[in-house]
Design a protein around this ligand. Structure first.
Ligand SMILES: [Zn+2]
Length: 263
């Protein structure tokens, strides 16, 4: 797909998502709450999800790390990325941020982006709208407390979500981000397999890794090897640039959730 095509798809996705939000809001306002629980968790609205594809000449993929920060794994990943001058996005769990605030600060200080991955890594489709909001707000607060700014990106745990997730995310000014390349590191694949899967990612792809999942045993070595290779080739990673200008993704310049700048 050409860059122009990608931009068009991104535009369509943006517009599609707005229409989706509006339709869902109208149904909910009309008392059609049951609809949201009948919608499939995944599938129907997958095409509406902005998978954070970069519009312009992306040289490579964007990397994302979920479920941390983790006291042993996150620092080692940060070391590998830092040596190669690579920047990634960490979708953190609020309570892990509260437990390891110095790691959350290090992620931001080294130029990476922190995204919201809920407060307790709850399975959101099983929760009430109120509880979903509580989960997302909890993580926003945890990050803001230790980093000084709240995330602008959100990824639902397990990638599972329904219409209520999108409505809450929108209310909080958060852009949902999933992934296009799954390394399956959490399934226990070894470093070779994780490296091979991640290396398949090209321009515009969003790669899913885990730093906070102990089953992801191949991740550290795979990332270390790939980072070293990128470094040798002079390659870099693309930032996640979904529906907002890049400046807004910089933790140092991220607007507060609910900021008019994000609507
Ligand atoms: Zn997760």
């Amino acid at each position: 797909m050409s860059d122009a095509d990608r931009g068009l798809v991104a535009d369509l996705r943006t517009k599609g998502m707005d229409m989706f939000y509006e339709a869902a809001a109208a149904v909910l306002a009309a008392g059609g709450y049951a609809l949201s629980t009948l919608l499939p968790v995944t599938g129907l609205h997958d095409w509406l999800v902005p998978t954070a594809r970069r519009r312009t000449e992306a040289a490579s993929a964007a990397w994302t790390f979920d479920d941390g920060p983790h006291p042993e794994r996150t620092p080692r990943l940060l070391d590998s990325l830092g040596r190669a001058g690579l920047r990634a996005t960490f979708f953190v769990v609020g309570r892990a941020v509260a437990r390891h605030p110095q790691l959350a600060r290090r992620i931001a200080a080294e130029g990476h982006t922190l995204g919201n991955h809920s407060q307790t890594h709850a399975w959101l489709p099983g929760l009430s709208s109120r509880a979903i909001e509580h989960e997302l707000r909890g993580c926003q607060r945890a990050v803001e407390d230790v980093v000084g700014v709240a995330p602008v990106l959100v990824r639902p745990p397990y990638g599972h979500r329904d219409v209520r997730f999108y409505l809450v995310a929108r209310r909080l000014g958060l852009t949902p981000v999933l992934w296009s390349v799954d390394t399956l590191d959490y399934a226990g694949l070894g470093a070779d397999a994780v490296e091979r899967r991640a290396a398949r990612a090209g321009a515009g792809d969003v790669v899913l890794f885990h730093d906070g999942n102990a089953r992801a045993r191949g991740t550290l070595e795979a990332v270390q090897r790939l980072s070293a290779r990128f470094d040798a080739e002079g390659a870099s990673l693309a930032p996640l640039a979904p529906l907002a200008p890049l400046a807004r993704l910089d933790p140092a310049h991220a607007p507060r959730p609910g900021s008019p700048a994000l609507r």
